[in-house]
Ligand binder design. Structure first.
Ligand code: 4NP
Length: 149
């Protein structure tokens, strides 16, 4: 059975591309590549068509992951039926998702299920914020994968 997982943040250039790359890497390491369809999207339109932020590409590369091929897109109505689980990086994006679709087939949830709950938006901060974001996302993705049988 294929598990279809969509990661969502605001711009789809910082956090959710990292989540897509990190989760894909964990799935590959677990030998479960063919069991998953993994994607990411944003609730905001500003960066559609762009590659991930260079700071995300850089932190991913330093952990052995190449996310440079990704292209930002917005969440679409079809995503709520096509994906099994839609994973928001923070409460604002969770609320945005809930307001886009009133009757999703997908389970809509936060990535983190323990404080700080939100993966903070690193866009307007310095590069050190991306290391924290990477660690938070990896820990959330490890738990998420272990919960998908
Ligand atoms: P992301 O970060 O949601 O993690 O991709 C952001 C990227 C861009 C903007 C905000 C957050 N922006 O305002 O353009």
């Amino acid at each position: 059975m294929t598990h279809k997982v969509l990661f969502v943040c605001l711009g789809n250039i910082c956090r959710s591309p990292l989540a897509e790359g990190i989760f894909s890497g964990l799935v590959d390491e677990a030998g479960r590549t063919s069991d998953f369809l993994i994607d990411s999207a944003g609730t905001g339109p500003w960066h559609v068509g762009n590659p991930p932020d260079p700071r995300s590409v850089d932190i991913a590369a330093r952990h052995g992951l190449d996310i440079s091929h990704q292209q930002a897109r917005t969440v679409t109505a079809g995503d709520f039926d096509r994906f099994d689980v839609i994973v928001a990086m923070d409460g604002d994006n969770l609320a945005a998702l809930a307001s886009i679709s009133k009757t999703p087939r997908a389970e809509i949830r936060l990535l983190l299920n323990a404080p700080p709950m939100d993966v903070p938006d690193p866009y307007f901060g310095g590069p050190e914020g991306f290391e924290d974001v990477f660690r938070l996302i990896r820990s959330g993705c490890e738990k998420l994968l272990s919960g998908i049988a």
